[in-house]
Design a protein around this ligand. Sequence first.
Ligand code: NAG
Ligand code: NAG
Ligand code: NAG
Ligand code: NAG
Length: 319
Amino acid sequence: MARRGLEGELLGLLLALAFCILCPDYVSSAQREPGKGIPGNSTATAAPSNSDNSIRSNAAADGARPTPRTGPYFDLAASKNVTALLGKTAYLNCRVKNLGNKTLNMQVSWVRHRDIHLLTVGRYTYTSDQRFRAIHLPHTEDYTLQIKYPQHRDSGIYECQISTTPHMSHFVHLNVVEPTTEIIGGPDLYIDRGSTINLTCVVLYSPEPPAYIFWNHNDAIISYDSPRGGVSVVTEKGETTTSFLLIQQARPSDSGTYQCNPSNAQSKSVVVHVLNEANSIFPLSGEYPAAMQRGGQAFLLTSPVHCLVLLACLLLAFS
Ligand SMILES: *[C@@H]1O[C@H](CO)[C@@H](O)[C@H](O)[C@H]1NC(C)=O
Ligand SMILES: *[C@@H]1O[C@H](CO)[C@@H](O)[C@H](O)[C@H]1NC(C)=O
Ligand SMILES: *[C@@H]1O[C@H](CO)[C@@H](O)[C@H](O)[C@H]1NC(C)=O
Ligand SMILES: *[C@@H]1O[C@H](CO)[C@@H](O)[C@H](O)[C@H]1NC(C)=O
């Protein structure tokens, strides 16, 4: 059972690796994706108060802020990219300086770049999507786009536009993320009897560091002062919070499911198999690959058999 799990896992890893090597274009184009939304050429209906409605994507207007500040310009420091939590109301701000008084009739709009959809003009919301709302208080410089219940598909570029001729644009990137928990090396870890079990749990995109992270072993909270002894936890809090569970002198009874439970993110499990001597000789035969962890250091063993299997899979996939 365990061996089959290992083989499958290693095969998956190798296939993924081979995929990255064989299809670098796919990987790099996926990374380019965020920039894709900047068209060299796009038109749409924007600020209704203005006869020249074309939306220009213009590094020119963005960069060419008037040097003696005669016209309006963006306060870039107050109009930053936003990382929002999935489902938690996001605010995209655009601060416009020197917009002038009402007689000039300048408008500030928010446009979603993905589909060139006009969302707001001034303090009015123009989209039927109820999650979007324009926030602008009279006599202030801030034009805020409120997005309720942001979803992953809301990630992308939003354009703040001033209705000068030509339009001035500032691009704000919204990145919608959700807290994720990962245990490095999971979902199965194979550890030699007598060595140290070192489980590393990483919490990403948590709005704030979790107040605490506790660990379970087979559904029981791990007690650090249990008679078992040799159990310790080190937690490093920060933008990403990491918790290390260390169990000295692994014994077969330490096998089982370990769960990392951050206070403010989902929990994650890993299955630890402590191999006693009888089991641990199998890597020597060279017949089975194994991701082994010894004293906290993981290493991989491969065999010609698995190269052949991989080759066969690749041939199947690319024939
Ligand atoms: C702009 O886009 C339109 C339609 O997408 C296309 O017909 C036109 O040729 C493009 N113009 C330029 C200068 O790329
Ligand atoms: C906003 O994010 C985009 C894409 O990640 C990046 O190219 C741009 O420089 C960022 N802008 C600011 C002001 O950080
Ligand atoms: C508005 O601005 C214009 C041009 O800058 C100026 O001539 C006019 O007196 C201003 N009006 C008010 C009410 O400030
Ligand atoms: C445990 O493993 C992590 C990497 O996963 C490593 O950074 C850390 O130093 C290890 N701790 C010990 C005590 O071996």
